[in-house]
Ligand binder design. Structure first.
Ligand code: IPM
Ligand code: MN
Length: 358
């Protein structure tokens, strides 16, 4: 089969890690008889530099016409003081919205060979941790009305709004339930229903929708502040977690840190079609850009998720996951996951070794 992939390298380490993922995809193509065609497009800071805006129209058009999109990372010091509408992050938020990617799946998995990398006590993580955060991605406070103003006496104020419709909550609940069916058959829905009206609707809708459509799924509610605590107290209690855009943003960073290796974690963003956007959870790391020391594994695993979740290629997904596992087992590490006695390699070498394992 032929697949057309748009690659949004972005900024910082984006181009290096995407190159690593492409190397591995090509190895998969060769082994399994697929052709992956890549079209590189601009997003984020590099797009601001080239054409004055973080999300050029031809990037959006190419993404919409593609079979799926692989994204590196956006942002960097250089654009930190730009006006809000032309900041690199706007490019990312814009492409999520333009492609209708309302469902962001962020699995935080502790790789057995990296258990010591977790900042938590070994007893807490020794049996493995895999928290799958299902984050609503195109609604809530990220896209609600906002504004700023001044009172007559000159006091400045600003506001953002958290707003969710039943339809938005139902469709993300469906994604979480479908995932849970293949796993523990339990979802934890995270909200702040003791304070927020939008959370009370969230809670009610998740329960009603799941009870009606997925009677075999157990729904547990957890307040977001308690969730933040429970993730570090007992991470193994979590499997599938479903939550709003903002809470998902925050909790997914926390869950990632529990695994000790944000450089290993990938994510998928999908809507109603098979065309999705796949990216590492980490950022553009401008401090190490261009030095060939970044960890390409998160992006390689993001490409693997694309194969499985957008193209239906499960064996190919497994081939990549196994290749990553064998390379880690062989004692090779990038700087971020380096441990005593291991062999340290750079970004391109790590990608090459994984590609060779395929
Ligand atoms: C993420 C990032 C983005 C977000 C930023 C860069 C807009 O933090 O993907 O988690 O908040 O969604
Ligand atoms: Mn984030």
């Amino acid at each position: 089969m032929n697949y057309n992939i748009v690659v949004l390298d972005g900024d910082g380490i984006g181009p290096e890690i995407c190159a690593g993922a492409i190397k591995v995809l090509d190895a998969v193509g060769k082994k399994f008889g697929h052709t992956f065609n890549y079209t590189h497009k601009l997003i984020g800071g590099c797009a601001i530099d080239a054409c004055g805006k973080p999300l050029p129209e031809d990037t959006v058009e190419a993404c919409l016409a593609s079979d799926s999109v692989l994204l590196g990372a956006v942002g960097g010091y250089k654009w930190d003081n730009m006006p809000v509408d032309i900041r690199p992050e706007k490019g990312l938020l814009g492409i999520r919205k333009a492609m209708g990617l309302y469902s962001n799946i962020r699995p935080a998995k502790l790789w057995k060979s990296l258990a010591k990398a977790s900042p938590l006590k070994y007893e807490l993580v020794k049996d493995g941790v895999e928290i799958i955060i299902v984050r609503e991605l195109t609604g809530g406070i990220y896209f609600g009305e906002r504004g700023k103003g001044s009172t007559l006496d000159g006091g400045d104020f600003a506001w953002d709004t958290e707003k969710y419709s039943v339809k938005e909550i139902e469709r993300i609940t469906k994604i979480a339930c479908e995932l849970a069916l293949k796993r523990s058959k339990k979802i934890i829905s995270v909200d702040k229903a003791n304070v927020l009206e939008s959370s009370r609707l969230w809670r009610k809708t998740v329960h009603e929708f799941a009870a009606k459509n997925y009677p075999e799924i157990t729904v547990e509610d957890m307040l977001v502040d308690n969730t933040a605590m429970q993730i570090v107290k007992n991470p193994a209690q979590f499997d599938v977690v479903v939550t709003s855009n903002l809470f998902g943003d925050i909790l997914s960073d926390e869950a990632a840190q529990v695994t000790g290796s944000i450089g290993m974690l990938a994510s998928s963003s999908l809507g109603d079609s098979k065309c999705g956007l796949y990216e590492p959870i980490h950022g553009s790391a401008p401090d190490i850009a261009g030095k060939d020391i970044a960890n390409p594994i998160a992006t390689i695993l993001a490409a693997a998720m694309m194969l499985r979740d957008s193209f239906g290629l499960s064996a190919e997904y497994a081939a990549i996951e196994n290749a990553v596992q064998s390379v880690l087992d062989s004692g090779v590490r990038t700087g971020d996951i380096m441990e005593e006695g291991m062999k340290k390699v750079g970004c391109s070498e790590m990608a090459k070794l994984i590609a060779e394992q395929i």
